[in-house]
Write a protein of this length. Structure first.
Length: 257
């Protein structure tokens, strides 16, 4: 069984990159299940109802979010009713789910997301303790965790904390792919950050001139997605043993076009 996980899809170029690559990769690599991080899909902030439906049409099975989960108001029209959208488990909110379990041809696949505390919203509960509580209850064959966090140390620690207890820990949020993908000693596939699917030449998705102006001149221009130029498509493929459900391999993908 092969799972494709696509990193943070950012605005127009992210959608273009997704559309131009996912179906081809699915066919070439015989992908069974597609997870996409959609927290930046709508103008860089959140996921509206139209883009949610679009992602499903494009083949996504489950969509994860992040710190921007609720920035598009229309997400409240559907997030409580669907079983294929995951917001961080340890985020304090009355809406959405921190994990979902999907039946794929008799295989129970859980997709769970947590958000970091380090350099992020201090109100978030502990990603470690909240995950532990959920894992004590779950009896899924495959568990994929999206660890949405800023600090590499927090993500590395999370990977080790749940090594052998989950199938994969895949970092998101920094939008920069790391080169540390591997299978940990306990059998969990791990990467600190899958990277972003979006503009190549922005500053983690945003028009670069706006960010440089902010650093150089204390500029206050509104953040606007870098919607022109080349894109980067960042993802990982996890190859999972069909009998033991252990991760056999994790492979990174980074396409620039
Ligand atoms: Fe993001
Ligand atoms: Fe994020």
């Amino acid at each position: 069984m092969k799972v494709l996980f696509v990193g943070d899809i950012f605005s127009k170029l992210g959608r273009k990159a997704f559309e131009e690559n996912v179906k081809r990769i699915k066919n070439e690599q015989k992908i069974n299940f597609i997870i996409a991080n959609g927290e930046n899909i709508s103008h860089g902030k959140g996921m509206n109802e139209g883009h949610y439906k679009w992602l499903l049409e494009q083949g996504a099975n489950v969509i994860t979010l992040g710190n921007h989960s609720f920035q598009q108001k229309s997400i409240l029209n559907f997030i409580d009713d669907v079983n294929n959208v995951v917001r961080p488990l340890n985020m304090v909110t009355d809406h959405g789910k921190g994990y979902v379990t999907v039946n794929y041809n008799g295989v129970k696949i859980t997709v769970l997301q947590v958000i970091g505390k380090v350099l992020m919203d201090e109100n978030n509960l502990s990603p470690f303790i909240e995950t532990k509580k959920v894992l004590d209850e779950l009896d899924s064959n495959i568990i994929i965790c999206d660890m949405h966090a800023e600090a590499t140390s927090e993500k590395v620690a999370y990977g080790y904390a749940f090594d052998g207890k989950v199938t994969a820990v895949l970092g998101t949020h920094t939008h920069v792919q790391t080169s540390d993908a591997r299978i940990l000693d306990g059998g969990t596939a791990y990467i600190t950050d899958v990277g972003m699917t979006g503009p190549l030449d922005g500053v983690i998705g945003v028009e670069k001139s706006i960010i440089i102006d902010r650093y150089l001149n204390d500029g206050r221009q509104r953040f606007t997605p870098a919607d022109t130029g080349k894109y980067q498509f960042c993802a990982v493929i996890i190859d999972i043993d069909d009998k033991t459900y252990k991760a056999k391999n994790i492979e990174t993908i980074r396409i620039i076009d």
